[in-house]
Design a protein around this ligand. Structure first.
Ligand SMILES: N[C@@H](CCC(=O)N[C@@H](CS)C(=O)NCC(=O)O)C(=O)O
Length: 290
């Protein structure tokens, strides 16, 4: 931070040189930057994504559906490298005008249906296949409440706390304090709820857990921002119990690997086109064979 206090100009203008870590992809305008069609594989569901927490929600859901025996949930997952600007191709923008992963095309319906926003994708899949959304009206309403809680809360965890704690060019006390306060409040909301409930919607695992876990489970298990100590996540005992329980699900292990392009090579499955790919197409195997 400079010593001179910042005085906002009368009208904001785009300073391309001052955008921090994501300067190469952050823009104040929408729409495509280049013409490129998206690939389409053999399955009805085509996912265009990356294994960030928002991306993991959908791959975990798809792997859970397959684990539950829903073979119609077979999917092709294509890697969208957001650091390289793949989300700004004409093909991607046609599936998600908001240029953010995850984005889904369902070719099993005519005309093919596009779905964007991870919460909308989870709900679409839950309703399409009749899974992971309770039928009982009270439990269903609880699941929806927590699903929408996640959509509103996680941007303060990721875009707020995570950005300023882990990614901003310097550690600025004001935003770190502001967002640490809010994120700890959110963890306490979850902890109090999970003290009396096995899962977010009560007794059964649902899309609410699938939405919340990649963000809050990730931080609690110290997989995001290296902030578990700073936020004292050990003290949220019920969140930890829930996070570990979900982490042990085989579909969650697989879902975390799909479209993962960083970390240990054996956990990176850049593209997923077949259930067998987990055994044969992770980066350690592909790079070892090359
Ligand atoms: N509310 C959206 C958020 C999606 C989102 O923020 N995706 C990020 C990765 S986690 C992204 O694609 N960023 C690329 C960009 O901002 O250009 C959702 O839940 O799907």
């Amino acid at each position: 931070m400079t010593d001179t206090p910042y005085i906002p100009p009368r009208v904001w203008t785009w300073d391309k040189a001052n955008g921090g870590q994501f300067a190469n992809i952050n823009r104040p305008i929408a729409g495509p930057t280049h013409d490129k069609a998206l690939p389409v594989g053999k399955h009805p569901l085509q996912l265009y994504s990356l294994a960030t927490p928002n991306g993991q929600k959908v791959t975990i859901m798809l792997e859970e559906l397959l684990e539950a025996g829903v073979s119609a949930a077979e999917y092709d997952a294509w890697l969208i490298r957001i650091g390289d600007g793949d989300q700004f191709s004409s093909g991607f923008v046609a599936v998600n005008p908001n240029s953010k992963i995850p984005a889904l095309m369902d070719h099993s319906v005519s005309p093919p249906q596009r779905v964007f926003e991870s919460g909308a994708i989870l709900l679409y899949l839950a309703e399409k296949f009749g899974k992971f959304l309770p039928a009982d009206p009270a439990a269903r309403t609880a699941a929806m409440s927590w699903l929408f809680w996640q959509m509103g809360s996680a941007p303060l965890l990721g875009g707020g706390f995570g950005h300023f704690y882990a990614y901003a060019p310097e550690k600025y006390e004001y935003p770190i304090n502001r967002y640490a306060m809010e994120v700890k409040r959110q963890f306490d909301v979850l902890d109090r709820h999970l003290a009396d409930n096995a899962y977010m919607a009560g007794d059964s695992y649902s899309i609410a857990d699938i939405a919340i876990w990649p963000w809050y489970g990730g931080v609690a298990l110290n997989r995001a921002y290296e902030a578990a100590e700073f936020l004292d996540t050990q003290s949220y005992k019920h969140v930890l119990r829930w996070a570990e329980q979900i982490d042990a699900r085989p579909a969650v292990t697989r879902g975390r690997m799909v479209n993962k392009a960083s970390g240990p090579l054996e956990e990176q499955l850049h593209e997923r086109h077949d259930a067998g790919d987990f055994a044969t197409k992770t980066q350690d195997k592909l790079e070892g064979a090359a």
